[in-house]
Design a protein around this ligand. Sequence first.
Ligand code: ATP
Ligand code: MG
Ligand code: MG
Ligand code: MG
Length: 573
Amino acid sequence: MRATEFLLTTEKETPADAVVVSHQLMMRSGMIRKLAAGLYTWMPVGLRTLRKVEAIVREEMNKAGAQEVLMPAVQPAELWEETGRWFQYGGELLRVKDRHNRDFCIGPTHEEVITDLARNNISSYRQLPLNLYQIQTKFRDETRPRFGVMRAREFIMKDAYSFHTSEESLQQTYDKMHAAYTAIFNRLGLDFRPVLADTGSIGGAKSHEFHVLASSGEDDIAFSTDSDYAANVELAEAVAPAGERPAATAVLTKVSTPAATSIDDVAAFFKVDASQVLKAIVVRGAHTDEKAEGEPAPVVLFLRGDHELNEIKAEKIPGVAAPLQFASDAEIEAIGGVTGFVGPQGLQAKCYVDRSAAHMADFICGANDTDAHFSGFNWERDAALPEVRDLRNVVAGDPSPCGKGTLEIKRGIEVGHIFQLGTKYSESMNATVLDENGKTRTMIMGCYGIGVSRVVAAAIEQNHDDNGIIWPDAIAPFQVGIVPMGYQKSEAVTKATDELYEQLTAAGFEVYLDDRDKKTSPGVKFADMELIGIPHRVVVSDRGLEAGKLEYAARRDGVKHEIALADIVAHLQ
Ligand code: ATP
Ligand code: MG
Ligand code: MG
Ligand code: MG
């Protein structure tokens, strides 16, 4: 690309509303332009990087066996009414009406649309497991859009959704996605960490976020100094906002004989009003009918502690038996009793247990095959227990939930988030398949997001200096910049420059040739190239050419080297 043919609109001044370095540099380097709050145009130089991030994400998703689709951004309200999220989602959901006065929203996420797609197109267990993804524009009417594309209202997300007939299969795909995300963020050259996360308004049981570590991050991450434990401290905020501690509670039992029963039976057994039941879960194995005949199936019953929490439907427990029996306190103690807790968003015992959050997440998903048990939890009574932790209030140096080392708190930017959704969407939308015995089964789901446009900003937060961006090669808009001293003035420089440009382009490099005339000083050209972050710079000059040499400098260290003309391609490779 020649500068004289390329729309590059760099700026010296930092815009007043840009407070984080990535926003400042994206504006100054002309990568983005603001249309309105949280709405940005990607300019040519910015789009080149965005497309590279997309390409890496796409390659790794394809490699991990996911298939690409493209869903509409506009979604009919009916689907969101089916899951109840039309009423729960709040102000972030941009609702619009069409000319027939029908309600739609601009998709902030696509669980409803994909579940609708799955129920209409998947009918047999033979079609599963399946993982579908798209790279697409989302809209969230953020309360405080800020930091440029980092927290925009319109942004690009890679979102994937997987479908399964068993928890084991979900776990396999979840692990594959965890590995694919690790490969993606490694290829992007980012310093990142996977951390245990809250499932937020998406819902579900188990989730990890991928955080790029940067002081401008909006999330606090608690790390153990002595183990791999890492968790987003917002885990606890979602569980129990100050002053709204639910009084209830998870109750435990063993269920003894196999026979189908309804949620009413289970509620009656637990001696609670069925309307109080938030969720009932068979802990070991997704379904009790997968278990050996007559073997007791542990059931966890989650109760409403707050009557506004009407968004979580009680789940049916297929094959749960009657008569049911409580385990005794002694039995609970004998196996090292786990204390569980449910918050405003449902299944959130994981942050308040006496083991690591990871253990609890496994436990809830049935991945842990020890006979673990919940006991009734009461915030008022139990908050002081040593095993109950409010992650929100942790400070560096606190012991950690995993039992090893102390906690370190660092700031992180959430660039990816993976969830085990379970049947939250497939159940309310009736997305089922026939299993190998011709029996109807509700599909089990996972979902996996990457903030593609946010990744670009996060990469800049980690890769910059006072002069501008320092792109990792993989996502640089151009890999090589050529600055000719006296282009179109010196015949030798012009000829050597044009040849070099052709040669590097033919060798597969994306080259930015600053061919602007003498009205633009070399100083300005060097400054632009540093600002937009081109990793490799080559200077062509009469003096150098006389000695058969070019001047090379890497953006990262700026050290100048003399390279023989004949060696430059090899040097750059
Ligand atoms: P946050 O906590 O930052 O608001 P989120 O948890 O609401 O993010 P998810 O629903 O998990 O976001 O969406 C998947 C990914 O989309 C996030 O991990 C993040 O990288 C990206 N993302 C979410 N909101 C925005 C936004 N407003 N602008 C840019 N990217 C976003
Ligand atoms: Mg959000
Ligand atoms: Mg988040
Ligand atoms: Mg998230």
